[in-house]
Design a protein around this ligand. Structure first.
Ligand SMILES: *[C@@H]1O[C@H](CO)[C@@H](O)[C@H](O)[C@H]1NC(C)=O
Ligand SMILES: *[C@@H]1O[C@H](CO)[C@@H](O)[C@H](O)[C@H]1NC(C)=O
Ligand SMILES: *[C@@H]1O[C@H](CO)[C@@H](O)[C@H](O)[C@H]1NC(C)=O
Ligand SMILES: *[C@@H]1O[C@H](CO)[C@@H](O)[C@H](O)[C@H]1NC(C)=O
Length: 378
């Protein structure tokens, strides 16, 4: 890991030299700011890493290290052989201010439950079996009535599973919101998963919904080998997230957008990066539309089927955003990746420009991301 970091910093350094003195356009200025932020961030992390060493290994996050060393397992099974029969009951048994890794070993089956992992309940893992992954399903929408105050619950509360805690992990889990979507009707945002905590990772999970399937709300997130399906804006929010080896499948009937990234301020270090992924499905889709004025999305090494519109990106009718958004593509393939019809403000990235987005360093992974095997085994 250390050598990767060193390599990255060298690249950042070189890139910043190349760009020095050429701040003619707002775009370039933006890019330089991003690079210099990355350099500062790297230096800060190096300082933290130098502060503690355990058995010759630099410990970056003491809280995380302690949580993993005190790991416990709880089983959830619908046939009554586990500690609990529902995920809600299992979560209710965990201390609200949790400090150790608690792995919920979830047996196969369809769990019709609406779940919230509260803000202080860090270090929870949902572990399903790859050969028969459990499904967590519900069907609230933004216009569903909230039982507490009798008002519509809005997009935020429509989530089947909402994670407000940090250090959340999930393996082989199917997250689903089954509310149907009709074109042109309002209030049908129906989230399958909302992730609002930071330092969360999802491995081999699937997300099924229609409008607004995956609310990548905020924080640092990693998605690996995941399947994400929806119709409109089905990955949205202002998380800083890396999606690797993921499959985005559109259910759109007409024209829609895959992502609606909400970076709405030039100083926000937020953005979605998709690497080694693929885009398939129905309708005609933009890769992204600017929910935030400084929306940032990058696709690299990704297969794009013909559903991707030649224009590629949408400013959501706000031309002043064209200079502000950061919509990049690098080394993509397939009929949808033809760049000849792209909007003029789409960025065809050079290797140097793509570099900051295409590794787990994009999400500060070296400070919190453990290898999937280590994370799954106790
Ligand atoms: C009950 O389900 C678990 C998985 O949750 C499985 O390992 C176990 O074999 C099942 N037992 C019976 C009796 O079906
Ligand atoms: C997953 O399920 C299969 C089939 O029931 C079983 O053979 C295997 O041991 C399970 N894996 C784990 C990690 O529990
Ligand atoms: C959710 O499903 C339940 C049970 O099938 C149904 O009664 C309810 O109307 C559905 N709610 C929405 C908002 O679709
Ligand atoms: C890309 O699209 C243009 C315009 O439609 C077309 O002329 C060109 O052949 C396409 N290139 C590839 C590699 O398909």
């Amino acid at each position: 890991m250390a050598s990767i970091i060193r390599h990255v910093s060298v690249v950042f350094f070189l890139v910043s030299l190349l760009h020095f003195g050429s701040s003619s356009s707002e775009k370039e200025l933006e890019y330089e700011k991003w690079i210099s932020w990355n350099k500062q961030n790297y230096l800060m992390k190096k300082k933290i890493m130098a502060t503690e060493t355990v058995r010759g290994i630099k410990v970056v996050d003491v809280k995380l290290r302690n949580a993993e060393m005190n790991k416990v397992r709880v089983s959830v099974s619908q046939n009554g052989t586990g500690d609990f029969m529902t995920i809600r009951e299992a979560l209710a048994s965990i201390h609200l201010k949790n400090t150790k890794r608690v792995v919920l070993d979830i047996g196969p089956g369809v769990y019709r439950e609406k779940i919230i992992v509260p803000k202080t309940m860090d270090f929870i893992t949902f572990l399903g079996n790859a050969s028969d992954p459990p499904t967590i399903t519900w069907n609230d929408t933004a216009s569903s009535i909230n039982g507490r105050d009798g008002r519509p619950m809005k997009t935020f509360q429509s989530a089947t599973v909402a994670v407000d805690a940090s250090y959340f992990l999930a393996f082989n889990i199917k997250f689903e919101n089954t509310a149907p979507h009709k074109i042109g009707s309002a209030g049908e945002q129906a989230v399958a998963l909302r992730i609002s905590g930071t330092k969360a990772a999802f491995y081999s999970c699937s997300f099924y919904g229609s409008q607004d399937t995956l609310y990548d709300h905020k924080g640092l997130h990693y998605f690996y080998n995941c399947f994400i399906q929806g119709s409109v804006d089905f990955i949205f929010g202002y998380g800083r997230s890396l999606y690797e080896n993921c499959h985005l499948n559109s259910l759109a009937k007409k024209v829609a957008s895959l992502t609606a990234q909400k970076r709405n301020d030039a100083s926000m270090q937020s953005g979605f990066s998709f690497k080694d992924s693929k885009i398939t499905g129905s309708g005609h889709v933009y890769l992204g539309r600017a929910w935030g004025d400084y929306s940032r999305v990058v696709f690299s090494y990704t297969f794009m089927d013909s559903l991707v519109l030649p224009q590629g990106w949408s400013d959501w009718g706000k031309q002043s955003n064209d200079e502000r958004v950061y919509y990049g593509e690098y080394e993509c393939s397939g009929p949808g990746a033809n760049l000849s019809g792209r909007v003029s403000w789409a960025r065809i990235l050079t290797a140097q420009e793509a570099k900051p987005f295409i590794g787990t360093y994009f999400i500060d992974g070296d400070t919190w991301l453990t290898s999937p095997l280590t994370a799954a085994n106790s």
